[in-house]
Ligand binder design. Sequence first.
Ligand SMILES: NC(=O)c1ccc[n+]([C@@H]2O[C@H](COP(=O)([O-])OP(=O)(O)OC[C@H]3O[C@@H](n4cnc5c(N)ncnc54)[C@H](OP(=O)(O)O)[C@@H]3O)[C@@H](O)[C@H]2O)c1
Length: 390
Amino acid sequence: MNAATSRDCTVATPFLAVTGATGLLGSYLVRDLLLAGRNLALIVRRDRKKSAETRVESLIHRWEETLDAELPRPVVLEGDLSQPQCGLSDEDRHWMHWNCSELLNNAASLSFRGEDRSGEPWLTNVTGTCNTIALAREVGIEHFHHVSTAYVCGLRTGTALEDEIDVGQAFGNDYETSKCEAEKMVRAAGFSSATVYRPSIIVGDSQTGYTSTYHGFFAGLRLGHTLLTRVVKGSTSGPALLGLLGVNQADHKNFVPVDWVSEVITHAIGTPAARGRTFHVTHPNPLSMHTVGRVIQEAVETYSAAASPDDPDLCDERWFADNLRTQLDVYHSYFRNDPVFDRRNTEEIAGHIPCPPLDDATLLRMSQFAIDCDFGRRQGRPTVPSASAP
Ligand SMILES: NC(=O)c1ccc[n+]([C@@H]2O[C@H](COP(=O)([O-])OP(=O)(O)OC[C@H]3O[C@@H](n4cnc5c(N)ncnc54)[C@H](OP(=O)(O)O)[C@@H]3O)[C@@H](O)[C@H]2O)c1
């Protein structure tokens, strides 16, 4: 099946429309949903150089190379969520009306701050979700799936239940506020079912270390990596730096590998009993900040090139810490203590899909991948041969 032929007719098996397919999680969802036999229609925007079709083709092609198997071609609908009707043509909306019964809204802006609500993250996360809901209603989507974030809990402490959303919490940044507003809109939209998936901080592939975005854990790693070029090996003592940054080593953060998040969401989408529920797609064993600091230290000292002791521009540990603190300001909310994410719904529906442990070896593999590809500036090659990274 290719896009051209599949669009010519109304098919017996309804399509799942998906947004955000070109992103980190989206690319894994495309792989897993296609392997699960779903017909997909991807709403993708063009970039400066490539059409939506070309972007999707290269994504599928990379998976085919990794899997060493052919994948069916999704239908590509060129669109931008920030536009009314998501910028889709009349013809494409007409096609959706006849062919799509479900929609997975996974696209988002991961910008943390945006003072102007006409810019990101508001534009895609709030206006874009509003446009996606309107599009879904117009074309008759019955079942709406929405990727939110566990951090709609904002600055809450204690236990955050999957069934809770707005309990008057304050938020750590505009991204969290925008995602919470979006989730409430989805819930209020009146679809036959609206199912919400709330991952915690997504890291790379648990098998290969592959990632294409560098938030959360990788933000700390990237700063450590960059700053190490100004200090000698050993100056980046993880625990000491965490102390200087004001991070309590006993605090915990919840990280989840992208391949597991995708597997859980794919399974839930295919499970009627999951419809209408909310899932904390979170790790059962959060990491202590002590572990995070220790692994980042080990990773940069192993894989990054430190300054040499006779470098005239050498800086001391205080300089390192001051720079880290300044640059990490925007990410400060990432490094606060997490509440306990109740995950009973996730256990009930996807308890048979165990979340891979994020042990030192796994985190170091992800760190090595990120450093080797210079945090996305170079083409990255997975460090372990596996069939799970594009
Ligand atoms: N990464 C995390 O730690 C994390 C944690 C919890 C929840 N989440 C949620 O998981 C989902 C996927 O995140 P990710 O990490 O995979 O992000 P990502 O790699 O940055 O991907 C974002 C995707 O959204 C698309 N997109 C953004 N704005 C759009 C617009 N206006 N119109 C059409 N497409 C648009 C992007 O398309 P382009 O390629 O064209 O830019 C891309 O495909 C998001 O809903 C996010 O909030 C992420």
